[in-house]
Design a protein around this ligand. Structure first.
Ligand code: GCO
Ligand code: MG
Length: 416
């Protein structure tokens, strides 16, 4: 079974996605997600100009060899563009192998270790009453674990908080405008937001106090710090949130600084998650071997595909660290399906982020995965279980879009 052709499909059903499709000489097709939010065309070019010419004629069954050929063979290793491109090839080849075997991908990864993957949804509110409504709405939609984000008094719009909300309305899990569509705004320039870490640190413990008072002690609650704190600020936040028993505190400090996690760890027992901006197992060596984190946040899409993600998660398992794969709406349904097959198969599964794609996105990507009683299942369709509708994709042409830029109140550009 040889690779006959490969092509990238760039489409924008609500937001931009880049997908690689590989076709074999016996007519099987496989899909891989190559979406890098706000930098989509760089990956599309890396694939079309530099990778696709290498694929034609290769044995489609040799996934590990192809991975190493693209990674070691290129000389220039790692980085989000390279690793998203390799991820797309790798995922498409796993899709083909599983289709050829007539099995869902998770069977090739060792079979199911559980009945489904616990998912967490994104509740948010500009203030506490709006947040509590959003949590109620997520619980009604079936979620059993909730990420909690709020506006900060004195600041304008904050990334991760729906621009409008209320039960049953926009910003909810079932429809309407969602915060995640807003920041990927299609415009010539990024939106700029204003940030004040001290105001945030003063506000957040009271938010979690209100949520626990309303929903009790059992509901798993998560929070994303979006890389905005210094290590000592993060240590302080982790300590102040201990009474509210978080499932995790995510991305407390900028991802490049692995030693920062050591400092945070020395001060707090709040569990720590990091890694959505990482792209290689090598980003995790200090964090795992020194047991500085509790959850690995990488996505299959950004970390070199199913092959690399499985190795990373096996490495994490040695240190008792669990998965918490990135699952925002800028990971396409193809990337989400790849994550779900791993979630079902690996032993050290922790939780899966799941935001739900828009109806437009799901017109282009025909999915078969399911969400019921708080659990996701990839389905038993052979392969990944996702197909791309070319006619639908063509109706949504690419449009430039940017994530926001974050500035402190004095105008200094800040992490986010
Ligand atoms: C999350 C994230 C996302 C990212 C986005 C960037 O935890 O889901 O922080 O919202 O910001 O995926 O492209
Ligand atoms: Mg995050």
């Amino acid at each position: 079974m040889r690779i006959a052709s490969a092509e990238t499909i760039t489409t924008s059903p609500g937001r931009n996605f880049v997908t690689l499709r590989i076709t074999t000489d016996d007519g099987l097709t496989g899909l891989g997600d190559a979406t890098l939010n706000g930098r989509e065309l760089a990956v599309a070019s890396y694939l079309s100009d530099h990778v696709i010419p290498l694929l034609t004629g290769r044995d489609a069954a040799r996934i590990e060899d192809t991975w190493q050929y693209l990674y070691r063979g290129a000389y220039w290793r790692r980085g989000p563009v390279t690793m998203a491109a390799i991820a797309a090839v790798d995922t498409a080849l796993w899709d083909i192998k599983a289709k050829a075997a007539g099995m869902p991908l998770y069977q090739l990864l060792g079979g199911a270790s559980r009945t489904g993957a616990l998912a967490y949804g994104h509740a948010s509110g500009r203030d506490i009453p709006e947040l509590l409504d959003s949590i109620r709405e997520h619980l009604a939609a079936g979620y059993r674990a909730i990420r909690v984000q709020t506006g900060v008094p004195g600041l304008g719009p904050v990334y991760g908080v729906a621009s409008s909300g209320g039960a049953g309305g926009a910003g909810g899990p079932g429809g309407g405008e969602r915060y995640d569509y807003e920041p990927a705004r299609r415009a010539a320039l990024p939106v700029e937001e204003t940030w004040d870490t001290r105001a945030y640190l003063r506000h957040l413990p009271g938010v979690f106090e209100a949520v626990r008072a309303e929903f009790g002690p059992e509901l798993p609650l998560l929070h994303d710090g979006h890389h905005r704190m210094t290590p000592i600020q993060a240590a302080k936040l982790g300590t102040s949130l201990e009474p509210y028993d978080l499932f995790w505190l995510e991305d407390a400090t900028p991802g490049e600084d692995q030693a920062a996690l050591r400092l945070i760890r020395q001060h707090t027992t709040t569990p720590l998650a990091i890694g959505e901006v990482f792209n290689s197992v090598h980003d995790y060596t200090t964090l795992l071997t020194e047991r500085l984190i509790d959850y690995v946040r990488s996505a299959v899409t950004h970390t070199g595909g199913v092959t690399a993600m499985k190795k990373l998660l096996d490495f994490a398992a040695v240190y008792g660290v669990k998965s918490g794969m990135h699952g925002p709406t800028d990971v396409s349904p193809v990337g989400m399906a790849a994550a779900l097959h791993l979630d079902l198969a690996i032993h050290n599964f922790g939780i899966q982020e799941y935001m739900r794609h828009s109806a437009e996105t799901l017109e282009v990507f025909r999915t078969s995965y399911t969400f019921a009683d708080g659990l996701l299942h990839p389905s038993d369709t052979p392969g990944l279980g996702v197909e791309l509708d070319d006619a639908a994709a063509a109706r949504f042409p690419y449009a430039p879009a940017y994530l926001p830029v974050n500035r402190l109140t004095d105008g200094t550009v800040h992490d986010w």
